[in-house]
Design a protein around this ligand. Structure first.
Ligand code: KIV
Length: 272
């Protein structure tokens, strides 16, 4: 079913909740730098996530754990400078909020003040409830993140689908409802069964944004390097590749290198 899109000049947390109640799906993509964020914003994506996946795709780490708060602030401030319409959500990195609510608030304040981002995202449910409340009480919008939470990869052991068993599914539903109740404006559900994700989306009034969580939720998020095909080593079932930039870019760059070697570049018109 297609729904008429309202023309939002600037996306706020309220716009997203309105989109859910109007049945308009929400688009979200990651970006980590000025140039990419400008393209994503111009293309009309509603939410730009400065994800801690920067640790993988920008820095080449195996997990999201090593990225620091300072590095997240650097990426987020580059993104914010490019954006005119989208809501910019910034991940709190591993180690910047797990110790206690005061630390979570201090880290969130640094993100808001130093990057100009519009909201923060944290991974987890009831274990971090007090931290989320503390951040919300300071007037900072919070997006939750449940299901596969990559900062806990060493606890899970694998990146496989989460909440397939009833006990974990029930906890996930309770956590999502708790996140709504305490005042989060949205929640990401990562890599869980589509039926469960739909059940969660139907049971709360804040938007549920899925990644590998099926089509029954209120919006979708992907890592931009994956959907543009810049990274040809990662092909989970949930990923749709819209381009094969790895191949296109490699071809273009090899051509440039060959043109330099052969003195084809620069030609007469490409010089002063
Ligand atoms: O860091 C990230 O890119 C994320 C998305 C996968 C939701 O958290």
């Amino acid at each position: 079913m297609s729904v008429a899109k309202k023309d939002y000049k600037r996306i706020t947390t309220k716009s997203l909740i309105e989109m859910k109640s109007n049945g308009e799906k929400i688009s979200m993509l990651t970006a980590y730098d000025y140039t990419m964020a400008k393209i994503v914003d111009t293309a009309g994506v509603d939410v730009i996530l400065v994800g801690d996946s920067a640790s993988n795709v920008m820095a080449g780490h195996e997990t999201t754990l090593p990225i620091t708060l300072d590095q997240m602030i650097y990426h987020a401030s580059s993104v914010v400078r490019a954006v005119e319409r989208a809501l910019v959500v910034v991940d709190l990195p591993f180690g910047s909020y797990q110790s206690d609510p005061k630390e979570a608030l201090r880290s969130s304040i640094r993100i808001m003040k130093e990057s100009g981002g519009h909201a923060v995202k944290l991974e987890g449910g009831k274990e971090i409830k007090e931290s989320i409340k503390k951040i919300l009480h300071a007037g900072i919008p919070v997006m939750g993140h449940l299901g596969l939470t990559p900062q806990s990869i060493y606890k899970f052991g694998t990146y496989s689908v989460r909440a397939k068993e009833e006990e974990e599914a029930e906890k996930l539903i309770e956590d999502a409802q708790m996140l709504e109740k305490i005042g989060c404006f949205a929640v990401v559900l990562e890599k869980i069964p589509a039926d469960l994700a739909k059940k969660v989306a139907d049971s709360i009034s804040i938007p549920v944004i899925g990644i590998g969580a099926g089509g029954g939720v209120d919006g979708q998020v992907l890592v931009i390097h994956d959907m543009l095909g810049m990274n040809n080593e990662f092909s989970p079932r949930f990923l749709r590749r819209y381009l094969n930039l790895y191949e296109e870019m490699t071809k273009a760059i090899s051509q440039y290198a060959a043109d330099v070697k052969s003195s084809d570049f620069p030609n007469e018109k490409e010089q002063y």
